[in-house]
Design a binder for this molecule. Structure first.
Ligand code: SF4
Length: 208
């Protein structure tokens, strides 16, 4: 999905300014704790029906190392772009939304900010919503990443469906539900955790 970079609220809302920066005087532990609660975002779409099943809110994170040719959202690549927001501020924007089936993390690369997104995921799951996560990494790459990145491990334990792998222009297929190219998979993370291998998520018939 190509995002409206204005993002927050309605499409008429002004661009939200960068509001937070880590305190340069803080200790390394304090900086780590702070950075784990701050997200760099490209935008938020409060109602979408194309980024997962049902009515969803979509959090677009800022910063992507994959740089796929043909990417729809190249404005999200710059890791210094977008704007900053705490997990609590973003949750305040989301928690009152009605009739949502779930939340989608898109990008940008969500696993580049896995720790604060896992914190947000705890709130999302506590509300009974499901969680879709798009990533340019494959599921197999994330299994290695989680061994040294607790945030990625936590996010993999909380999310329900992973849309994995980079967008490959030569494999583009606009008929595919919820993904852009044939290499990308919809992975049932809960079933995969139990099986110890990637298990494909079956798209519900009611989304056709
Ligand atoms: S992973 Fe997604 S956001 Fe990143 S470059 Fe590829 S298509 Fe674009």
């Amino acid at each position: 999905m190509e995002i409206d970079m204005v993002g927050f609220g309605s499409s008429n809302s002004p661009q939200r300014p960068v509001g937070h920066s880590p305190d340069p005087c803080a200790s390394s532990d304090e900086r780590r704790a702070t950075s784990d609660r701050i997200l760099r975002l490209a935008g938020l779409v409060k109602e979408s029906v194309v980024d997962g099943p049902g009515l969803r809110a979509v959090v677009f994170v800022q910063g992507c190392p994959h740089r796929c040719p043909g990417c729809h959202n190249p404005k999200t690549w710059d890791p210094a772009g977008g704007f900053l927001m705490t997990v609590e501020e973003l949750w305040d924007e989301i928690k009152g939304l009605r009739l949502l089936r779930g939340i989608t993390y898109s990008g940008g690369e969500p696993f580049a900010q896995a720790a604060p997104l896992a914190l947000l995921a705890e709130r999302i799951k506590g509300k009974g919503w499901d969680l879709f996560v798009y990533t340019g990494y494959t599921w197999e790459e994330l299994q290695r990443r989680r061994t040294h990145d607790p945030g990625s491990d936590r996010l993999l334990r909380l999310a329900d469906v992973l849309v994995d792998g980079p967008f490959i222009l030569a494999a583009r297929d606009p008929r595919l539900p919820f993904r852009g190219s044939r290499n990308q998979r919809l992975i049932d993370l809960r079933a995969s955790e139990g099986a110890g291998r990637s298990v494909i998520w079956e798209v519900p018939a009611w989304t056709d």
